[in-house]
Design a protein around this ligand. Structure first.
Ligand code: GRF
Length: 200
């Protein structure tokens, strides 16, 4: 069975959708560890409630980003995880981390990449006047929000939408798309060919 590590910084609603999909048996996988760079992240609480190992790694306690990631990797490896899911993890991972886990790190972004990367996707979508947004699950490479795309789901942007209303509509899709991408991965159906992900 696939063992998953989930990295969070905040609420962890995507983490919850992954845990729920594992528990219900719709994915043959288990979340073995949740690591947060923020002590107050509710994602840690969600993990504890499910009896999942929850660890806080304060980046300020380490001399560099890489040292912080080495500690994170040690935790991930101690649980034998074969997939790392970034779920609202607000840190950019280093090349060292990406190269350590080739094709084994996923992220979810709340817009249709390559449009609107970065930390304020909904604000940027609304400011631009886009009529469609959505979410993207992708493999992580060394750039921000740029790796090969696994799944995208679109939602309409309505007149009068706010960051909150659009964000809520997108988040509903995120909670379906992330488990679906993990399911495909767990079944060995994802092949990365250059920029493209082929779904077998
Ligand atoms: C999600 O919109 C995710 O796409 C983005 O940050 C948000 C995290 O939400 N990267 P949650 O912590 O999973 O509830």
């Amino acid at each position: 069975m696939l063992k998953i590590a989930v990295l969070v910084s905040g609420s962890g609603s995507n983490l919850q959708s992954i845990i729920d999909a594992c528990e219900s048996g719709s994915i043959n996988a288990a979340v073995k560890i949740v690591v947060s760079d923020r002590k107050e992240a509710f994602g840690l609480e969600r993990a504890k409630r499910k009896g999942i190992r929850a660890e806080f790694l304060d980046s300020k306690s380490f001399s560099s980003r890489e040292e912080h990631e080495k500690a994170c990797a040690a935790l991930i490896d101690s649980e034998g995880c074969g997939l790392i899911c970034l779920a609202g993890y607000m840190r950019l991972v280093t090349g060292w981390f990406v190269r350590k886990y080739p094709g084994k790190i996923m992220n979810i972004h709340p817009a249709l990449l390559p449009s609107f990367p970065g930390a304020h996707a909904h604000r940027d979508v609304l400011a631009y006047g886009a009529k469609v947004s959505g979410c993207t699950v992708h493999f992580v490479d060394e750039e921000m929000d740029s790796g090969p795309i696994i799944i995208q789901t679109s939602v309409r942007v309505f007149e009068g939408d706010t960051e909150e209303t659009l964000g809520k509509r997108v988040l509903e899709q995120e909670h379906k798309a992330y488990p679906e991408a993990i399911k495909l991965f767990s079944e060995g159906r994802l092949e990365i060919l250059g920029r493209k992900v082929i779904v077998r």
